[in-house]
Design a protein around this ligand. Structure first.
Ligand SMILES: NC(=O)c1ccc[n+]([C@@H]2O[C@H](COP(=O)([O-])OP(=O)(O)OC[C@H]3O[C@@H](n4cnc5c(N)ncnc54)[C@H](OP(=O)(O)O)[C@@H]3O)[C@@H](O)[C@H]2O)c1
Length: 251
């Protein structure tokens, strides 16, 4: 693994580049967490294969994904990603031990953002409650779904029909103590948070693959941005033809 930016090129152990990421994250802004997005796309810009993110990134990408999680207090996904991919906030045994040594819980919170809680409640991850789960839903979520989500983890329902980004981020900061939040998609949630000016950093893996025209999904959908958002390259690493970028989002 080679760091190619900032230069000059330096060799690193593959997969270890984000081991100290927690020490490199800025303080959270007032009233919300510092927000990182982490996404992987193919060279032709696609963010899914047959409706799932599985198979785009390499094993190194998966390892780095767990390292980025381990640097944060919570891992959020939108309901679309939750339905499509079996997402969680696992970080691996070694990183659990390192988090505990830093005085943190073994894993970050697993956070789900849904408009009205229409979720696959018959899936096995709903069978057992876990203390580190949080769901954030819109105010129109029916009582039966709220009951199931309250059994799955901690439930917060918005005072408005939509779970507005400001409310969701403020709730995570103030009620759950989340200072650094990792958003693992999907593209709609990415778009909603970016349009709200609530994304501080993007970790992007560029996988050396072409997926082709059958798949339309890219890293970003949701509302249009009022103007192109400038990004400032922070670091770039290269391993086996796969690039791992960190960009800070310009204001
Ligand atoms: N390549 C990657 O790194 C990567 C990462 C993640 C996901 N993915 C792929 O992305 C796809 C899923 O992404 P997606 O864009 O369809 O879904 P998504 O962004 O994961 O979730 C969208 C959902 O968010 C909910 N939501 C919460 N607050 C909202 C608000 N204020 N306004 C609108 N919706 C709100 C809605 O849930 P309700 O349905 O409850 O209304 C909406 O359907 C999957 O194919 C997945 O594999 C790829």
């Amino acid at each position: 693994m080679q760091r190619v930016f900032p230069g000059p090129p330096v060799e690193f152990e593959p997969g270890a580049i984000y081991d100290d990421l927690h020490a490199d994250l800025p303080e959270s802004p007032a009233g919300r967490p510092y927000v990182l997005l982490n996404m992987v796309t193919s060279v032709d810009g696609k963010a899914a294969i047959d409706g799932s993110a599985a198979g785009i990134g390499s094993a190194t990408d998966q390892r780095l994904m767990r390292a980025i999680r381990a640097a944060t207090d919570g891992v959020l996904v939108g309901a679309g990603t939750f339905r499509a991919d079996k997402t969680n906030s696992t970080v691996g045994r070694e990183r659990e031990a390192a988090r505990v040594a830093r005085g943190l819980s073994p894993r970050p919170l697993a956070i789900l953002l849904s408009r009205d809680g229409d979720l696959p409640f018959d899936r096995e991850d709903f069978a057992r409650p876990q203390p580190n789960r949080v769901s954030l839903v819109g105010g129109k979520t029916p009582p039966e779904r709220r009951r199931k989500l309250a059994a799955w983890g901690r439930l917060f329902a918005a005072p408005t029909p939509e779970p507005e980004p400001d409310w969701a981020l403020r709730t995570l900061r103030e009620e759950c103590g989340v200072r650094h939040l990792l958003v693992e998609g999907g593209p709609q949630i990415n778009g909603i948070l970016l349009a709200a000016g609530a994304v501080d950093e993007i970790c992007w893996t560029l996988a050396p693959k072409l997926i082709g025209s059958g798949e339309g999904l890219t890293m970003l959908t949701g509302p249009a941005l009022d103007s192109p958002r400038p990004l400032v390259l922070h670091t770039a690493y290269l391993h086996d033809g796969e690039f791992f970028f960190r960009y800070r989002v310009g204001r």
